[in-house]
Each structure stands twice: as structure tokens, then as C-alpha cells.
Design a protein around this ligand. Sequence first.
Ligand code: PRP
Length: 198
Amino acid sequence: MFRKKINACSMPMQHDTPIRVHDRLFVPLISEAEIQARVAELAVRINEDYAGRNPLIIVVLNGAFVFAADLVRLLTIRPEIQFIRISTYGNSMQSTETARVLLDLEGQLEHRHVVLIEDIVDTGYTMDFFLSLLDQHNPASVRVMTLLFKPERYGGRRPPEYIGFRIPPAFVVGYGMDYAQQGRELRAIYQPAPEPSN
Ligand code: PRP
């Protein structure tokens, strides 16, 4: 007997469609499903490594807010969560080698196990800057978790302990990361579409 199948795969997949952010077209790099699966794995790592502890999770704003929100809701430990804001990119697509703290930490860092949450470690200068700042407050331990890591661009002193995805040196937008303050709400991670050839 013939049955008409509803084949979801024949529908155009949203994550295959280029999207526009400001003046640029972007194409998918990491899908929503891939991100969610990896975030769940990272949460398991934190739950295991900090079992029975009460770590201080410090989320680096702005870009890490989506990653952190998904991550912490998968934790079975009881962390404290605070936020800090460091800015390097401004509105351009190039990272600079300077960083400044825009919002200071509240509370005591002394003798605490700290996990820094980043959306992306690019050159690594932001993390280095922040790690040296933390060291002044005598924490028990500090580890960095980043969703994205660009090994070819990294020039920092201490690579992150927890890495979601190693990616090429392309600019990325989505899942908290912006292009000139737009695109943070996108569920997947995108890179610039190739320039059309003549
Ligand atoms: C991004 C990212 C990191 C930093 C990484 O922040 O969230 O903090 O750049 O770059 P680096 O490894 O080259 O130092 P951004 O300055 O874009 O600010 P935002 O998170 O507020 O968008």
C-alpha cells in the first residue's frame, strides 16, 4: 500500500541558508544541534571535575551569555555565578591585543575554585589579561572553559582547559557572538560567506 511520507529532510534546512547580518552574508559553521550536544558534554566534565565543590563560575560578557546560560542549566553541582565584561573587538571584525575590564567582580576570589566561561578564545590576550588579574586575588584554582578556540591565532600563555570546538581563524557570529552588535540571538554559529568569484 502506498503511503505518503512526510519527509522532514526534504525541507530546506534552516542552517543551510545563508543569513545577512548588517552588510555581510554568513553561512553555517556549527549547527544548533552540534552546539547543544557539545555543551552537554562540557557540562558533564564540570559536574565530574567539580563534584562536591561549589566553584565560582565567572562569565565573560557579552558573548558568553548564551553559552553560559545553556551550560549552567545542565549542571548538577551548585556553583556561584558572576559576570565580568572585557572588551577587545569593538565594532570591527578584527581582534586587538588590548583588553580592559568594564565590570569588576564582586565578592571574594580568595581560596575559591574559579571557572572562567568564554564564548571564544582568539588571540588569547583577553584571557591572559584576566587570568593575571585573578591571580592577584589568590584563588584556589582557575580553569578556563571556552566554546570556541582558534589554535592558529592563539598566542597566549595558557590554553583553555576546556574547549568546545577548535575552529579555523575565520570571524564567527551567532550563539552570543556579534558582528557589530548584531547576530547574538542566532542559534547556530556562522562564518562569512565566500566572496563571489568574477
Ligand atoms: C570576544 C570574546 C573574548 C575575546 C577573545 O569578546 O568574547 O572575550 O573577544 O579575543 P582574544 O582571544 O583575541 O582576546 P568581544 O571583545 O568581541 O566582546 P563581546 O563578547 O562583548 O562581543
